[in-house]
Design a protein around this ligand. Structure first.
Ligand SMILES: NC(=O)c1ccc[n+]([C@@H]2O[C@H](COP(=O)([O-])OP(=O)(O)OC[C@H]3O[C@@H](n4cnc5c(N)ncnc54)[C@H](O)[C@@H]3O)[C@@H](O)[C@H]2O)c1
Length: 401
């Protein structure tokens, strides 16, 4: 544990809630942060009951997020939570993030950032005016070999970009039965809580961000077709978005929650005019690179490999061969954001910066990336509803904000 770890508050994660628990584990994995407070459920009693499971003192398990913000704000600066992780249903992200930023907390928010573009625009404006850190949890950008892929492409090892294919395939919707109330995530079938994009918002935004993160290629136009196959669910559960990328490359983003037998099968293929690469999240410790006439190169996650970039090496915790995966990648996004939070603390609160900050840090997914993800959902729906016609994407950078 660092001498003076960053103090975290968690919103969500109580009861059967999934990703809040992952936030709590990942943020504290390296001893750079400690969970001190929470509003773990929308139900005040369940929120307080969850305190012990998270190791939070009962007096700092609050009945609501509003209570958390107001009560934590009254504590001395060296006691109060410094950042808030938002791991609640999509419709709550905007109001919680804006309230947290206005109360002076840094924010780590899960995806999709908001359920419409006006919410996302408000979040950008508020985050940028606040001067606080805002990180969006696109955790797949934290994998060492995803970071290696990005470095290789930026260094020109694949040559000119020809095209990118990324897909995120799940199949769990086939298990749903009439009248089922899932133990968690029932809100995902309610457009007013989930937002208008089903698989598009849930896994398509992760796939789209991975394409952008690895290639850095800006989209110029997109065309999208959505389908809804599963009974008892009115939102899309299958879709493809075709992208025209700057520089003449093309991209394809496929998302599905009705592909039998697929679990969290996120994969990306990048084609350059000198080489191609492939990475798959269900085999995350390997990156394949191919060139015509040469044997396939397989890069392994290895903190000591001279074949990997500084960035990829510094994103590893264990020696090669001991598998690292989802939790560690998640923690790497936190670690990048913590470096900024620690800088902030040094200039405002003194006295310490946690001593174990990595020497190589990468910009973490930002509030602008969150805006772009919501713009991707919005424009895909517009294209689909307009008979799958091309729509411009040049405003994805927030230039119209
Ligand atoms: N980054 C990822 O890989 C990833 C994975 C899964 C989900 N997510 C995102 O995380 C968010 C949560 O998804 P989930 O799968 O954990 O959902 P979930 O239904 O499993 O959990 C939601 C949790 O939020 C709590 N909650 C709801 N409203 C609240 C409120 N107002 N205040 C406090 N707590 C509240 C619930 O009690 C529950 O514990 C969603 O935005 C989802 O898209 C991201």
């Amino acid at each position: 544990m660092a001498a003076n770890p960053l103090r975290m508050a968690l919103i969500g994660g109580g009861g059967a809630g999934f990703i809040g628990k992952v936030h709590a584990i990942a943020a504290t994995m390296d001893g750079q942060a400690t969970l001190v407070a929470g509003a773990f459920s929308s139900n005040p009693e369940r929120s307080r009951d969850a305190a012990s499971a998270f190791g939070v003192a009962p007096e700092r398990a609050y009945g609501s997020a509003g209570e958390l913000f107001s009560r934590e704000s009254t504590l001395p600066p060296d006691e109060r939570a410094e950042f808030v992780a938002i791991a609640t249903p999509n419709d709550t992200h905007a109001s919680l993030a804006v309230a947290a930023l206005k109360a002076g907390f840094h924010v780590v928010c899960d995806k999709p950032m908001a359920i419409n573009l006006s919410q996302a625009a408000e979040m950008v404006k508020c985050a940028e005016a606040s001067g606080r850190v805002f990180a969006l949890m696109h955790n797949y950008s934290g994998y060492p070999l995803v970071r290696q892929a990005r470095t290789m492409i930026q260094g020109g090892e694949l040559g000119k970009l020809l095209g990118v294919r990324v897909q995120y395939l799940q199949g769990w919707m086939h298990g749903r039965q009439p009248g089922d109330t899932p133990a968690r995530g029932a809100w995902k079938s309610d457009p007013s809580r989930n937002g208008p994009g089903g698989s598009l918002g849930d896994v398509g935004t992760h796939a789209y961000h991975l394409l952008r993160f690895i290639t850095d290629a800006k989209p110029l136009e997109l065309l999208c077709q959505l389908q809804s196959h599963a009974p008892f669910h009115e939102l899309d559960d299958y879709g493809h978005a075709l992208l025209r990328l700057e520089g003449g490359a093309s991209g394809m983003v496929t998302f599905s929650q009705v592909t039998h037998g697929r679990l969290n099968d996120l994969s990306i293929d990048v084609d350059g005019d000198r080489a191609s690469l492939r990475w798959r999240q269900e085999r995350p410790n390997q990156l394949e690179v191919r060139a015509l006439g040469q044997p396939t190169r397989i890069y392994e996650r290895d903190p000591n490999s001279p074949l990997l970039s500084d960035l990829a090496r510094s994103s590893c915790r264990l020696p090669a061969g001991h598998p690292e995966a989802f939790l560690e990648a998640f923690a790497n996004v936190y670690r990048s954001a913590f470096a900024d939070m620690a800088q902030h603390r040094a200039s405002y609160i003194a006295p310490t910066i946690a001593p174990t900050m990595p020497s190589v840090v990468l910009p973490y997914p930002s509030v602008r990336d969150g805006y772009e993800g919501v713009a991707f959902i919005t424009r895909c729906l517009e294209s689909h509803n307009d008979n799958a016609t091309w729509k411009p994407t040049t405003d994805f950078d927030g230039s119209r904000l």
